[in-house]
Design a binder for this molecule. Structure first.
Ligand SMILES: NC(=O)c1ccc[n+]([C@@H]2O[C@H](COP(=O)([O-])OP(=O)(O)OC[C@H]3O[C@@H](n4cnc5c(N)ncnc54)[C@H](O)[C@@H]3O)[C@@H](O)[C@H]2O)c1
Length: 338
């Protein structure tokens, strides 16, 4: 599938990842409609394209009657990123809100089928992987796509809803021939990221000069933070290459301990502070890293941004665009909200 000159919809296109995807699709010559209720997305993320007429922006809630139908009208490919979603603090403390994604996804996929949309590309998550596999940070574990299966044990209501979204799309493909691809994003970071995700929270704490400097968990959690540019490239390749609802990991295979990321943030920002570990705060799985060989095989996709390089770029962005007094006043709330 070639996306040039195609009419595409990006739901949640004013979000962190959605706005980067919107930019990339415009650059490729797609005609982009964004539907976003701006519950966590920001119009400023895509303002330039909206003002120049390159993006059609509709502010609307996709769960309101008739909105999903209007959103997909005349569209060839749908990139579905709208979700009630936040970082670790949010997904652990807001189960009911995350459960509304079941309705949001169901309504949108049904509208896509009824309108004859050619393909749906779904922003799924590493949260679909069973929690019980990810408990030992000492294990050299790389999650392969086939590890999601009975017994399913997804990560909070947020993870279950993403898993149901993937399964719904696979059923729609099997039974009704609607093409789709699900992209399992792993802890995404980069410019325009939000403080409710770990990397931006670490940077924000250094930015405001926090001391003691708080780290959630015991610092031993392992993650494969993946730069948003790589996520966007993989998402577009999934749109071009996958038809049958296959779910694919988009994540690096770099294994980084939270405490090592913290040390680099402190070193690079020149902030010296006493580190205070808070194991009682939401921590998530102890060992979550993707295997990305299926992405290489099916998409010819590989992450290009090394974590430490992307981290420094993100720090530079944060420090050059944020106002210290504003961050001080909102930081605590942002850690668990969206
Ligand atoms: N950031 C990550 O690390 C990560 C990891 C895995 C998956 N994802 C998924 O990627 C997608 C984008 O996430 P993000 O991190 O860019 O930020 P995000 O959570 O802010 O993005 C969600 C977007 O959807 C919009 N939205 C929410 N409910 C809506 C509704 N009912 N109608 C219309 N718009 C609605 C929000 O305003 C926002 O712009 C989400 O689906 C998220 O679950 C993100």
């Amino acid at each position: 599938m070639n996306l040039d000159n195609s009419k595409v919809l990006v739901t949640g296109g004013a979000s962190f990842i959605g706005s980067h995807l919107t930019h990339a699709l415009v650059e490729r010559g797609a005609s982009v409609r964004v539907v976003d209720n701006l519950s966590s997305g920001q119009l400023s993320n895509i303002q330039t394209y909206v003002e120049s007429g390159q993006v059609e922006f509709v502010q609307a809630d996709l769960t309101d009657p008739g909105i999903a139908q209007r959103a997909v009208d005349g569209v060839r490919v749908v990139f579905h990123l709208a979700a009630d979603h936040g970082g670790r603090g949010y997904v652990e403390l807001h189960q009911a809100a995350c459960a509304t994604n079941l309705a949001l996804d169901g309504m949108l996929f049904r509208a896509c089928h009824q309108a004859g949309v050619e393909k749906v590309v779904y922003a799924s998550s590493g949260c679909v992987y069973p929690n019980h596999l990810q408990t030992d940070p000492g294990q050299l574990l790389f999650l392969t796509e086939d590890m999601v299966g009975p017994p399913c044990d997804a990560d909070n209501m947020y993870g279950w809803a993403k898993l149901m979204g993937e399964m719904t799309l696979q059923a729609f493909c099997r039974d009704w021939g609607m093409k789709s691809a699900s992209c399992r994003y792993f802890t995404v970071y980069g410019e325009r990221g939000h403080e409710n995700h770990a990397v931006i929270a670490m940077i924000a704490r250094a930015f405001v000069g926090q001391n003691p400097y708080v780290v959630w968990g015991n610092g031993e959690q392992i993650r494969n933070w993946t730069h948003v540019d790589d996520i966007v490239a993989g998402t577009i390749k999934a749109a071009e290459n996958i038809d049958d609802g296959t779910a694919i990991n988009l994540g690096t295979m770099e294994r980084t301990r939270v405490i090592d990321a913290v040390h680099e943030v402190l070193r690079y920002t020149g902030h010296s502070a006493e580190i205070e570990l808070h194991p009682e705060m939401p921590t998530g799985p102890m060992n979550r890293v993707a295997d990305n060989s299926l992405g290489k095989q099916l998409l010819d996709w590989e992450p290009e941004v090394r974590f430490m390089d992307g981290l420094r770029r993100t720090i530079d962005w944060y420090f050059s665009t944020k106002d210290k007094n504003t961050v001080v006043s909102v930081l605590e709330e942002r850690l668990t909200e969206r």
